[in-house]
Design a protein around this ligand. Sequence first.
Ligand SMILES: NC(=O)C1=CN([C@@H]2O[C@H](COP(=O)(O)OP(=O)(O)OC[C@H]3O[C@@H](n4cnc5c(N)ncnc54)[C@H](OP(=O)(O)O)[C@@H]3O)[C@@H](O)[C@H]2O)C=CC1
Ligand SMILES: CC(C)(CO)C(=O)C(=O)O
Length: 307
Amino acid sequence: MKICFFGVGGVGGYFGALVTKKFGEKHDIFFVARGPHEDTINSQGLTLKKSGGEELINVSPKLCTNNVGDLPICDIIVLLVKAYDLESAIAEIAKISNEETVILPLLNGVDIYEKIRSQLDTGVVFPSCIYVGTHIESPGVIYQKGGSCKISLGKDPMYPEFYPRALLSLLNDSSINFNWENPVQISIWSKYMFIAAFGLVTAAYGKTLGEVLDSPELSELTKSIMNEVEEIAKKLDINLDNDIVETSLSKAKGFPYEAKTSFQRDVELKGEINEGDLFGGTLIRYGKELNVTTPNTEIVYTRLLNK
Ligand SMILES: NC(=O)C1=CN([C@@H]2O[C@H](COP(=O)(O)OP(=O)(O)OC[C@H]3O[C@@H](n4cnc5c(N)ncnc54)[C@H](OP(=O)(O)O)[C@@H]3O)[C@@H](O)[C@H]2O)C=CC1
Ligand SMILES: CC(C)(CO)C(=O)C(=O)O
């Protein structure tokens, strides 16, 4: 098979390394990367420090490139760019996919499937989400620490009968945990509740997940954003568990004290280029459309925009 990891940063690099370690000989595996990260992968391979660095994996794909013109039509594309790069990435992916290509986008967000479908009508696209704490430590090196590392994915509403046997075998045989869930929207919204609330608060106040949990004031603020997400989900008929806010809060205890959300990292490193609209902007828009007040999201998002 021809398999492309489009974006091998924190999450894409983590999964790309695991799949390449297992299947680099058997399948043609391609990485799309750019800049110094691409250069280092080409000269030294991609290194994954798994579970906080105790286990080291080093892999080389068949080709790492920033130009999809170098790639064939692929059977499987794992899409892992930040939301602000999604539109341009989809335009590139359209060039290496056909109607049979299986596309797995693991980005945070509740409307990623719709965003992809508004631009791409080929391929089979699986709505999904993932809990994993991982980032680019230095060019060519991915550092993973924390998170269940489990993917939730469900059927493509456009092809409800299509079961992605090859993709699921690939994940399974690469020792990647997943749940095939239908409907998957409950998991996607539960993950979104977690990351929108913790992402906004960690980024706006410059605190790690552990520091937010330690602060009664910031925990309460995180919880109040989660309550707003819950109200929006209710209006959309997404049946989240009754205790979803409590379980989402306690999920953060499963991450190391010093863990940062990917959103906090972006705000610290890249300033204004970040996924704020995916969290704050989207929630505020939903609130207006659905008549749900979102005062806490607004306070935190405004603080971020004024940073
Ligand atoms: N990191 C985490 O722990 C988690 C992240 N997520 C979500 O997963 C998604 C990906 O996040 P993450 O992996 O952290 O992001 P990263 O920024 O670490 O990785 C994305 C990579 O894709 C590259 N890229 C983007 N567009 C192109 C392009 N056209 N050509 C070549 N390379 C490209 C980026 O390059 P460059 O750096 O040059 O922009 C970057 O290396 C986000 O939606 C995030 O919210 C979900 C769960 C956990
Ligand atoms: C929840 C968390 C922290 C890890 O999955 C995440 O999704 C992120 O940092 O974007």
